[in-house]
Design a protein around this ligand. Sequence first.
Ligand code: AMP
Length: 575
Amino acid sequence: MLEKMEHRLNAEAVAEEFELLSMDAERVQRETLKKILEENGETEYLLKWGLNGKTDVNSFKACVPIVTHKDLEPYIQRIADGEKSSILTGKPISTISLSSGTTQGKPKYVPFNDALVESTMQMYKTSFAFRNREYPIGNGKALQFIYGSKEFKTKGGLRAGTATTNVYRNAEFKKTMKAMQTPCCSPDEVIFGDNFHQSLYCHLLCGLIFWDEVQVVSSTFAHSIVLAFRTFEQVWQELVSDIREGALSSRITSKSIRSAMEKLLRPDPELADLIYDKCLGLSNWYGLIPEMFPNAKYIYGIMTGSMEPYCKKLRHYGGDLALVSADYGSSEGWIGANVNPKLPPELVTFAVLPNNGYFEFIPLDNGIEGCVESEPVGLTQVEVGKEYEIIVTNFAGLYRYRLGDVVRVQGFHNSTPELQFVCRSNLVLNINIDKNTEKDLQLAVETAAKVLAGEKMEVVDFTSCVDLSTEPGHYVIFWEISGKAKDEVLKECCNCLDTSFCDAGYVSSRKVNAIGALELRVLKRGTFHKIMDHYVGLGAAVSQFKTPRCVGPTNNRVLQILSENVVRSYFSTAF
Ligand code: AMP
């Protein structure tokens, strides 16, 4: 008992530490930059820009340019190829993260080191401390739908995998999960299995085995939770039978997963009956999660940005259970913690941890739609209500790096800003003078999906592209839907999509036919699975998977998967 207490996180101390940091955000930022530049001042990159050992904000901004990933690619490639000199960091980099790069269709290499693990753990602990005040949990387990990606070695012998995999493999991760009273239900063999369909099945099985101990149902991104319970709907009888017999389904062929699962499985007809009855008692799977896991206190995962469209389905599976949206970060480092866990996912903000990196913000004076860029401002100089693109300087070799995300300042927590995620800056549908972001697309899809909801059907997933192969170019929206809708319904959905993009550039271009009629292409069931499998094959992890909401013209393979799976298409007649 004493041992357990010693390992438990002192949540109040963590929250207090965050209060102190956030009260003095400006000083913490200056000191954080100083530390980064002291550690890395002798690197080829910083010497090249003539910083000459200076560590103050003004010199840094005057000497070092703002860059994109493309600018740093040659340096990162040399590290990946095994060059031992101090290129971007003072200490050698031994691991590379693959960031998702879903739009361009190609994962990007990002340097990874222990400092990023440390800041990830700080982020987890900080939001947990605030979450636990509102939704305290007892000792138990977390049903975590997490998956390691394939790991490989770069040409120079560095380990490469997704950032989440690099974190899950780190001993600190397990320690932190234990300290937060929520170790994962599933053994490592399931998390790191080489076939994610088999891992998903076994995550579900582990959750059911430990059904009454599950305190939290979570994943990194909400997509994985929805995917898991959609799968549950298909395989629940097989899961019940495994529990009844104490024998694992033959669908699991991975030896390591089988042997790990066999250690957990015992014939348990009583539990099998219980689950069977619960499943039969549900209406259209509403409230599935609390029914199966009655001691769960909340559902946790990133539900903002491109994950927002999954909230509706999560609410359906979650019934009365609270949805708590997780923190904001990237392979390049964590940015902000959700310290107001009671907010619904659509309103969640992220309080920036000022010691996680040095942050700058490019004001987008007319929002992303207007896109007038000016000089970046510091963390504490941002203004409430304005939109900015984030620039990150981290402890792993990125200096003044454009992350590619647009955020809005919603308020301040002490002196650190609370940011709302707006969108990826490059995810815009644009043909003429129109500009529609992933958020605009999401809103249009939500509006049009109401027509479908009237027919008791839903949009399972969606994406888009612009088609310039005919004059004038037009928007194409791809939908996978949960049933077979009538042509009239889909025609109405198509018109509704077209009229729901309400930016003035789009509407005026449509009126004069400078943009052609919007096209809705309906996809075969399972198309988005194929897209995810494609990304997983490239080294992406299901844990970090984000459906690309806009597919770029160079992303040939995804465009091909989409076009091969179109079953019907409709052109809008709305204008
Ligand atoms: P990755 O490239 O896989 O590391 O993904 C990082 C990107 O995921 C970020 O740059 C954001 O665009 C997105 N992201 C991460 N956390 C959140 C969040 N809490 N809300 C919305 N988008 C997020």
